[in-house]
Design a protein around this ligand. Structure first.
Ligand code: SF4
Length: 370
């Protein structure tokens, strides 16, 4: 079932690795922005009145940096303008440096039932290096407020000077704090971010070192009962993110807010990345879409295979046939022949062998070439 994404683009401070659409110095626009977001929710709700949505994901930026009543208002607007399933998964991203008991109580009243907490690392000096606004003790406080609730923690690999011991301590903290889900992903040094200079200076761990940290972290997480269901995502049984599973199954979603992207009726479209332009468009009664393209069948097939091969469930022969009326092994006969050694049968189809999942990009390149 389709999902809804809301983008809250405000942050207190820009992290050194960040190239997301986030504005550290514009919190004073939160009220005006949220009024525009409510308006976009109404506009999109009218277009999609016959669709039932199963998940809502409030991401950013730092959604938890703004007054929680705005989040309550956004959820109120969602339930008014969209049709949600009976038991929707509703997630909010939180920065541990911005939480309080009151905020979490408001989120819960708004219907939020899942929390995604950006820990990144349990080592304070590394948090400072990343420009994060929190320290380990803030995460511990946040986790204590979320005790017993469905929450996820982010872990980042490939940090300057990061050792296996640092990863072990971080995984321990996450597991002991009661997280049900863990996203563990490698830092990507993006051109234009401050950390890119460290990368150019050779100060960040290289690919092989990051891979070793990942393999070690994965082993620890699995020993703690977190099963890998996608290359960067691990969960206790039954706590997989439904919202993200929908992306990887090439499900439809509507994204609202500045820079949000959507996929509906085989069309991908993206809102403007400019905050002022976003608000001007909405206030003039227009949707702020800057890019829109119909996905060709050939590209749709590649997307299906690429996304499915990121996951532990892999490609379902039946679902591919239902979507495209053909057999994926025949559609990608050359790529399949070149990569068969990295794949294994599942009851439903095929997936990348466990030991190769981390390097799936190299395998997927073969499929891109047909
Ligand atoms: S909190 Fe997230 S969105 Fe905000 S600056 Fe840091 S990485 Fe970027």
């Amino acid at each position: 079932m389709p999902g809804i994404y809301l983008h809250i683009p405000f942050c207190r401070h820009k992290c050194t690795y960040c190239d997301f659409t986030s504005f550290p110095n514009r919190l004073q626009y939160a009220e005006a922005y949220m009024a525009c977001l409510y308006k976009e929710i109404e506009m999109r709700g009218k277009e999609l009145s016959d669709v039932t949505f199963d998940t809502v994901y409030i991401g950013g930026g730092t959604p938890s940096v703004i007054d929680p009543n705005y989040i309550y208002g956004a959820m109120n607007q969602i339930t008014k303008c969209f049709h949600l399933s009976r038991d929707p998964e509703v997630t909010i991203e939180m920065n541990p440096g911005t939480v309080s008991e009151k905020k979490i109580a408001v989120y819960q009243r708004a219907g939020i039932n899942r929390f995604s907490v950006g820990l990144q690392t349990a080592i304070d000096s590394q948090l400072a290096e990343l420009g994060r606004i929190h320290m380990l003790q803030d995460y511990m406080y946040c986790a204590s407020l979320l005790k017993g609730k469905n929450f996820s923690a982010d872990i980042m690999l490939g940090l300057k000077g990061q050792t296996q011991e640092d990863v072990r301590r971080t995984v321990e903290v996450v597991a002991l704090s009661g997280a049900k889900h863990v996203s563990m992903y490698a830092l990507t040094p993006e051109d234009g971010t401050p950390i890119y200079t460290d990368y150019l200076n050779g100060e960040l761990p290289d690919g092989d070192e990051v891979r070793a940290l990942y393999d070690y972290g994965r082993e620890l997480l699995e020993a703690r009962g977190y099963l890998r269901y996608e290359v960067s995502n691990f969960a206790q049984k039954g706590f997989e993110s439904r919202h993200n599973l929908n992306y990887w199954r090439r499900g439809e979603y509507i994204g609202m807010g500045v820079s949000a992207s959507s996929f509906f009726y085989e069309r991908r479209f993206t809102n403007t990345f400019d905050l002022d332009e976003y608000m001007k468009c909405i206030l003039s009664g227009f949707l702020p879409v800057i890019e829109s393209e119909q996905v060709e069948k050939k590209d749709a097939k590649f997307e299906f295979v690429m996304l499915a091969l990121r996951t532990a469930e892999g490609i379902s022969d039946e679902k591919y046939r239902a979507a495209f009326g053909s057999d994926w092994r025949q559609d990608f006969a050359d790529a399949y022949a070149r990569t068969a050694q990295y794949l294994e049968e599942t009851p439903a189809g095929m997936r990348i062998r466990d030991e190769y999942l981390y390097v799936q990009n190299q395998i997927l390149t073969e499929y891109m070439n047909g």
